[in-house]
Ligand binder design. Structure first.
Ligand SMILES: Nc1ncnc2c1ncn2[C@@H]1O[C@H](COP(=O)(O)OP(=O)(O)OP(=O)(O)O)[C@@H](O)[C@H]1O
Ligand SMILES: [Mg+2]
Length: 247
């Protein structure tokens, strides 16, 4: 079943057509990869879907419901969450507090994935402690987010995105700046979320990761999809190789 559909999505910034007539549909439980060279419109696509910007044209459907023009908090209420390309945490709050504020009281979602994880007795405290161990931050709970290492901040951002109990998570270059071991751990976390039934939208330059985890991939260049399909067919597509490496 389709969870997200975008239809002729466009976003202009003045004369720049950052996203230009994008169409795709993502199925529930899928890991969908969006790749493309720098400046090709990947983050803008996320920002438009998550309500940071209004689309210039086109439609966004979540579970068949049009969500154009929804504010970011309304998107969170609809079960969408995200991480940012440039980490955005509350630096002067502790790790625990960052998760506390992201938690969402959403009893109508009971019975979805998080009751498989947390059981029916899910409480805010229990969810936070589960997320601390999910992200390997148990010993950092009382430290300020600004005192975390870069890798720890990335882990906290992912945990925070999960704390709002989303059905669909957008990850904007979650592996940027990570070493091989950290990328492996991230991959396992992404699979864990997928296994819980969370749909994942992954923007990533680390090809090892995105080719490994994605069911399907769309490739952007200058705001347009130039290729789509399974990882193998996209990797072997001449148009993709040209977009990345030039003629
Ligand atoms: N808020 C904005 N105002 C003006 N132009 C913007 C804005 N956000 C993005 N752009 C422009 O839109 C285009 C697409 O940018 P975007 O950040 O979506 O690319 P990207 O694919 O995420 O690139 P990267 O891989 O470097 O993160 C670029 O030309 C960028 O300069
Ligand atoms: Mg980007």
């Amino acid at each position: 079943m389709s969870i997200l559909k975008v239809d002729n999505l466009c976003k202009n910034f003045g004369g720049v057509q950052a996203v230009n007539g994008l169409n795709f549909e993502i199925n529930e439980g899928e890991i969908f990869g969006l790749i493309g060279p720098n400046g090709s419109g990947k983050s803008t696509t996320i920002n438009v879907i998550c309500g940071l910007y209004q689309p210039s044209e086109g439609s966004i459907f979540l579970n068949g419901k049009k969500i154009n023009g929804f504010k970011p908090n309304q998107c969170v209420d609809m079960g969408i969450s995200r991480t940012f390309q440039n980490i955005r945490l509350f630096g002067d709050l502790t790790v625990w507090q960052n998760l506390w504020v992201a938690w969402k009281d959403d009893r109508k979602n009971q019975g979805s994935w998080f009751s498989n994880w947390f059981g029916k007795s899910e409480s805010r405290e229990k969810l936070i402690s589960e997320l601390l161990s999910f992200s390997g931050l148990e010993t950092r709970a009382n430290d300020l987010a600004s005192n975390l290492s870069f890798g720890e901040q990335r882990r906290l951002e992912l945990a925070r995105a999960v704390a709002s109990k989303p059905k669909l998570i957008f990850l904007d270059e979650p592996a940027a700046g990570m070493n091989k071991e950290e990328v492996k751990e991230l991959r396992d976390r992404i699979f864990r979320l997928r296994d819980l039934g969370i749909t994942i939208f992954l923007v990533e330059h680390v090809m090892d990761l995105v080719m490994n985890v994605s069911n399907r991939i769309t490739v952007l260049n200058f705001g347009k999809a130039i290729s789509e399909g399974d990882p193998e067919s996209v990797q072997n597509d001449k148009a993709v190789q040209e977009a990345y490496f030039g003629q």
